[in-house]
Design a protein around this ligand. Structure first.
Ligand SMILES: *Cc1c(COP(=O)(O)O)cnc(C)c1O
Length: 422
């Protein structure tokens, strides 16, 4: 356990010793009416804007203004192939191979596209297991897929729930559920990091359990991509989907990411919803001359439409920053930053709230979820009035997520001071 002290000087010393401290200057920080930066702990909902992103997007706007259609081929950064060039840095961040990764659509759309290809129910093996609390969009997507295939979600959707009196899930319980339902399960879909509790699941172990039972294993990485180390290829994950506007700082509603393990990505016989951008580029522009769809033997084969450049430009910018900072260093700082927040909060010993996010390093990312027993909404509003931006999830949880790219130890210290005063 790292040594911490509750003195303000300790927070300042931690910032001074932080090798990533200078990255904060690369971001626009939201400010209060006096012009002072707010304590922004909401990057798990919408990441902050890197200053260079504004310039990179403006360059594309200029290209459009001055070159119009020729921007597709004008260097640097021609629009044609723009998405494909991001596959490598994106893949590095999640432990994948470039051919396994595509940036397209948004998370829930990608989840549907993955289910179209990889949820292949039979009359006996058709059930889907998800974790809880589950993000509503995921539940809607999964239920609508079940209905689409003619199943009743009431007896085909299995939800892993915490033990009574607990908030987070046990690995054993998840494994037991997979075993109990092994002959009727078609798919397991888990959140890499749970949006509500901040719990990170033991993905590699669970993927192995699912595969042992012959079950497809997919992940929602909305709260994991850019937050915790991932090795999707080596873990043999079947598919994963994520968004880029949370930990990946690519702007509201920005384009989503999608991973298909090589064994699926290469399989051009997999059924899918097709569009011209998933077609082999060699014949893509034969247009009406070649009406037969020839899928690319990579994750790009799932693209339907031509990619949104104005939405990919912020992703390109963000991935540059992640590459420079490096995920191992970011994770190291994140564990200290969030560990420091936990240590200071627990030291207060309040019985008004408790941290429900697991304490073990492998079981959490940046986020701490405070389960507030008494007047949660008031506590949240008071934090906001004091300049702390977190968020509130019904019915009882205040989420705060210090980000290693732009938050400081001193901000954590100030936040806990505010908490103490409430
Ligand atoms: C943020 C989030 C989403 C968002 O879905 P979109 O399709 O990008 O709107 C989905 N699932 C989880 C778990 C999330 O946290």
């Amino acid at each position: 356990m790292t040594y911490f002290s509750a003195d303000e000087s300790h927070a300042i010393a931690l910032d001074q010793a932080d090798p990533l401290a200078s990255y904060r200057e690369q971001f626009f920080l939201p400010r209060d009416p006096n012009g002072d930066p707010l304590i922004y702990f909401c990057g798990n909902s919408l990441g902050l804007q890197p200053k260079q992103t504004r310039e990179i997007v403006t360059q594309e706007m200029d290209k459009w203004a001055t070159l119009a259609v020729e921007g597709h081929f004008q260097t640097p950064r021609p629009w044609y192939g723009y998405q494909e060039r991001l596959a490598e840095p994106m893949a590095n961040l999640i432990g994948a191979r470039p051919d396994e990764v595509v940036l397209m659509n948004s998370l829930t759309v990608n989840l549907h596209l993955m289910l179209v290809s990889l949820y292949r129910p039979t009359p006996t093996r058709y059930k889907i297991l998800i974790d809880s609390p589950s993000f509503p969009s995921d539940t809607y997507a999964v239920k609508s897929q079940l209905v689409h295939h003619g199943f009743d979600p009431a007896n085909s959707l299995i939800q892993a729930r915490p033990r009574s009196g607990e908030e987070t899930l046990h690995l054993d319980d998840l494994q037991q559920l997979i075993e109990d339902h092994q002959h009727e399960l078609a798919l397991v879909l888990l959140g890499g990091v749970n949006f509500y509790t901040g719990q990170a699941h033991e993905i590699a172990t669970l993927a192995a359990s699912a595969h042992q039972a012959g079950v497809c294993f997919g992940l929602d990485l909305a709260h994991a991509a850019g937050n915790i180390p991932l090795a999707l290829h080596d873990w043999g994950i079947d598919f994963a989907v994520w968004c880029t506007y949370k930990y990946l700082n690519s702007g509201p509603g920005s384009v989503g990411g999608c991973f298909l393990h090589e064994r699926h990505a290469k399989d051009t016989s997999l059924p899918r919803f097709a569009g011209w951008w998933g077609n082999d580029p060699e014949t893509r522009f034969q247009m009406q001359l070649l009406p037969e769809f020839v899928p690319q033997p990579t994750a790009d084969g799932w693209q339907i439409s031509n990619p949104p450049i104005l939405s990919l430009a912020p992703v390109a910018s963000s991935l540059e920053i992640f590459e420079q900072a490096g995920m191992p260093k970011l994770r190291e700082k994140s564990l200290r930053l969030t560990g420091y927040a936990r240590w200071l909060i627990e030291r207060l010993g309040s019985d008004r709230y408790e941290i429900i996010t697991p304490a073990e390093p492998e079981q959490h990312g940046c986020q701490l979820s405070l389960y507030v027993h008494d007047r949660p909404q008031e506590l949240f509003s008071a934090l906001r009035s004091a300049g702390v931006v977190g968020d509130f999830r019904q019915p009882n949880v205040v989420r705060i997520a210090p980000m290693p790219l732009y938050n400081t130890f001193h901000e954590v210290w100030r936040f806990v001071r505010v908490l103490e005063s409430l």
